[in-house]
Ligand binder design. Structure first.
Ligand code: PMP
Length: 356
């Protein structure tokens, strides 16, 4: 029986990525050495890292002269601390859009190093709050989260404002076409659309690298950039997984095709949730994520039933985040339309059987 993995992360990987990784574990590129055993100082790894950087810049339509790609570790959580460490001081402030728990963690971390202000907040996290983008000149940067994994909400586009935009794109990076030139710093903890847990992708404008604070090397964007992500030992297998994910996106037709597919996949699930009164989608329609579909069952007594039946039918990891409950179906790039259709049919059958 097919097992459907709707985990929010680490999440499902494309078969191409898994098969190539399997091969590379024992023999990377016919070197006779496995990728996890390969020195990060070797020519073969340096080439991989440089090519992966190019692939990311190409897909984001950014220029190497303007942006640097870093392969770091410590996940998005480390980025929450690195951003203010590098760019804030007690007499400087940054602006934050409060759209969820992760967004608020970025804000809380900034308070250790400087002033942080929430300039827009969605009380119940059901939508992305709007904000006044005109009066931002007093801030060093504006931080936002493009996809709120826990709540299933997403920004429609990356805003263009007069101060640097820093974006946590952990759960929607490379799931759709966006104007990436609007951001000065973007980070993604991977394990969703790109690669595996362990590698954190950071895109940073080179002009920012001249403005960093003096911080310990391991937390310095400038040091990591100057050393091409090899200041300390990078996750060689993580970089390869990211590279293979990019190959898969390109082979699938690129971001435009991936985005169209993601719209189709999300629509087929949302349409079942919208047309059956027993379900209550969590996010406001205008802010709905195409990566994480969140909802509740109106009759609370049926929640356990749905959870149990889902597991029994191999629709795995659809329980909502432990902090909010309900349900969440994560359908990142590698999730097939057939899997989305299967879970949509399952939900539709459930509604028919159990709603009164
Ligand atoms: N931001 C977002 C949007 C996330 O989805 C997550 C984790 N799923 C994080 C931050 C935290 O990432 P990490 O566990 O890599 O620190």
């Amino acid at each position: 029986m097919t097992v459907y993995n709707f985990s929010p992360g680490p999440a499902i990987l494309p078969n191409l990525v898994k098969n190539k990784l399997k091969e590379a574990i024992t023999n990377y590129e016919n070197s006779g050495i496995g990728i996890a055993e390969l020195s990060h100082r070797s020519e073969i790894f340096i080439k991989l890292a440089s090519e992966t950087e190019d692939k990311i810049l190409n897909i984001c339509e950014l220029k190497r002269e303007e942006y640097k790609v870093l392969f770091l570790q410590g996940g998005a959580s480390q980025q929450f601390a690195m951003m203010p460490m590098n760019f804030l001081t007690k007499d400087k402030k940054a602006a934050f859009i409060s759209s969820g728990v992760w967004a608020d963690k970025a804000y809380e971390n900034a308070l250790y190093y400087g002033n942080a202000e929430v300039i827009a907040k969605s009380e119940d996290f059901k939508s992305i709050p709007s904000f006044d983008d005109r009066n931002l000149s007093e801030y060093e940067y504006l931080h936002l989260t493009s996809n709120n994994t826990i709540y299933g909400t997403a920004l429609s586009e990356l805003p263009k404002v007069d101060i640097p935009v820093f974006c946590d794109a952990s759960s929607d990076f490379l799931s759709r076409k966006m104007d990436f030139s609007n951001v000065s710093l973007l980070y993604a903890c991977a394990q969703k659309n790109l690669g595996i847990a362990g590698v954190t992708i950071v895109l940073i404008k080179k002009s920012l690298l001249t403005k960093t604070n003096n911080v310990p090397d391991i937390f310095s964007y400038k040091v990591h950039a100057d050393k091409d992500s090899c200041f300390n030992t990078p996750t060689t297998i993580g970089v390869l997984a990211a590279s293979l994910s990019l190959d898969w996106i390109n082979q699938s037709g690129g971001l435009k095709v991936i985005e169209a597919e993601n719209i189709k996949k999300a629509d087929c699930i949302y349409s079942v949730l919208d047309s059956n009164k027993c379900f209550l989608p969590f996010a406001d329609k205008i802010s709905r994520s195409r990566m994480n579909i969140t909802f509740n069952v109106i009759n609370k007594e049926l929640e356990n039933k749905l959870s149990e039946l889902a597991k029994a039918n191999n629709f795995l990891f659809i329980d909502g985040h432990r902090s909010v409950g309900g349900f969440r179906i994560s359908i990142y790039n590698a999730q097939s339309y057939d899997a989305c259709k299967a879970v949509a049919n399952f939900l539709s059958d459930f509604a028919e059987k159990y709603s009164t």
